[in-house]
Design a protein around this ligand. Structure first.
Ligand SMILES: *Cc1c(COP(=O)(O)O)cnc(C)c1O
Length: 399
């Protein structure tokens, strides 16, 4: 099927949701994607921070192939081996005592939200409100879109569920002030991804952790984008020396196979009981087999070190070539998750489009910010090529 036919079908029959680039990818190898016209692209966006092992990773492909031939799905009415292995892997460091597997970041956050509500109803505390940050992003279900601190995502879908309030990000006083007796949890991203690649300051996140502890309320960290090694640690919160009560993972967890999870400790881990929550697909053998490869490489191999090294190289290359440029207002992030805030005189979307025509995929987020989130196996040569091309675009743009 050619691209024109594909575009025609989507235009007529797919819900009018996505502004897609006029490209159809067919296969990938390492950090390179190939489209149906045979063009190659170096991928610095990884399917929105998902394809952490790159494309066609031999171990991941083999694990999925073998598991697909054995058993793909049984439901959670029965035990399955890959799920038990993944459960053991994710809890072996003792940080979290229980996990729940689901299929998307939004669902993982739904689980976290239900834990807060369940604890409130069990104890009769009335602590059902969850504080989240302005410019945050937590997903597209009704509850998570309401948790998301950007009205544009939720306003058209009123009436919205009650129980969420937004506070300014990186403002500890605002968080303290907003914590009325009805507040049961604070939910934050360590680095706001969708909202503009803005890291929580050290003092803010550590302060929020200490404050939640002092108040006896839960700290939920949405690590859907920052988790699973993206910043050089398994969880981004490890950079801050803290530990939340609940953490959610998704994007990178299955290396491209849909799987997400909600991990909890203490009373949060014990709140949900039979009948409270569930999923048909979540934690099925196929998805867990994929995640076991990703988590295994992060736990047993040198992949985390690789992310740190590649991330340092990326940060250095970006700042060496771009920081002095008049269009570049800020370069920020951690590990292999970096944002470049651009001056409003140049459009981030246009820059990403120009990069695409030069054979490099990068993303955008927030207010005119480029988002860079390559596979963990990205090379220094690929990184240099990407930053050279960005520099060329900025240098040749006259305004
Ligand atoms: C992508 C994202 C989500 C939503 O994940 P889905 O899999 O699209 O539901 C939630 N939180 C954060 C921080 C994300 O980056």
């Amino acid at each position: 099927m050619d691209l024109e036919k594909i575009r025609e079908i989507e235009k007529e029959h797919y819900m009018k949701l996505f502004k897609r680039s006029h490209i159809c990818f067919e296969r990938g190898e390492g950090c390179t994607l190939y489209d149906t016209a045979g063009h190659a692209y170096t991928d610095f966006f990884g399917g929105i921070a998902v394809n952490c092992l790159g494309y066609n990773d031999p171990e991941l492909v083999e694990a999925v192939r073998v598991q697909a031939g054995k058993l793909m799905h049984t439901s959670n009415l029965y035990y399955n081996v890959p799920q038990a292995e993944l459960t053991e892997r994710l809890t072996r460091d003792g940080m979290f005592s229980r996990v729940f597997f689901c299929n998307s970041g939004a669902e993982a956050n739904e689980c976290a939200i239900k834990i807060v509500r369940k604890l409130a109803s069990m104890t009769g505390s009335g602590k059902t409100t969850i504080l989240t940050a302005n410019e945050s992003f937590h997903g597209r279900t009704l509850a998570t879109v309401t948790a998301t601190g950007q009205d544009k995502y939720s306003a058209p879908f009123a009436p919205l569920p009650a129980g969420f309030r937004h506070v300014p990000f990186n403002d500890l006083d605002a968080l303290r002030e907003a914590t009325t007796p009805d507040v049961g949890a604070i939910m934050l991203e360590c680095i706001q991804g969708e909202g503009g690649l803005r890291p929580a300051t050290y003092d803010y996140l550590v302060g929020a952790y200490a404050f939640a502890k002092q108040k006896g309320i839960l700290l939920i960290l949405d690590e859907v984008q920052t988790g699973t090694g993206r910043t050089g640690k398994f969880y981004c919160f490890e950079h801050y020396g803290i530990q939340p009560d609940i953490v959610t993972l998704a994007k990178g967890l299955g290396g491209g196979v849909p799987i997400a999870c909600c991990l909890a400790r203490g009373e949060a881990a014990e709140a949900l009981c039979p009948g409270d929550h569930g999923t048909t697909f979540g934690g099925n053998p196929l998805a867990c087999a994929a995640a076991n490869v990703v988590v295994g490489k992060l736990q047993d191999g040198d992949l985390l070190d690789r992310v740190t090294k590649a991330g340092d190289y990326l940060a250095d290359s970006l700042s060496r070539k771009l920081a002095r440029h008049k269009f570049v207002l800020d370069i920020r992030g951690k590990g292999l998750l970096r944002g470049i805030q651009l001056d409003e005189k140049i459009s981030a979307t246009a820059v990403a489009g120009m990069m695409m025509s030069l054979g490099v995929i990068i993303g955008t987020c927030g207010h005119n910010t480029l988002r860079i989130a390559p596979p963990y196996i990205i090379s220094e040569a690929e990184t240099d090529d990407m930053t050279d091309k960005l520099e060329t675009i900025f240098s040749n743009t006259n305004i």
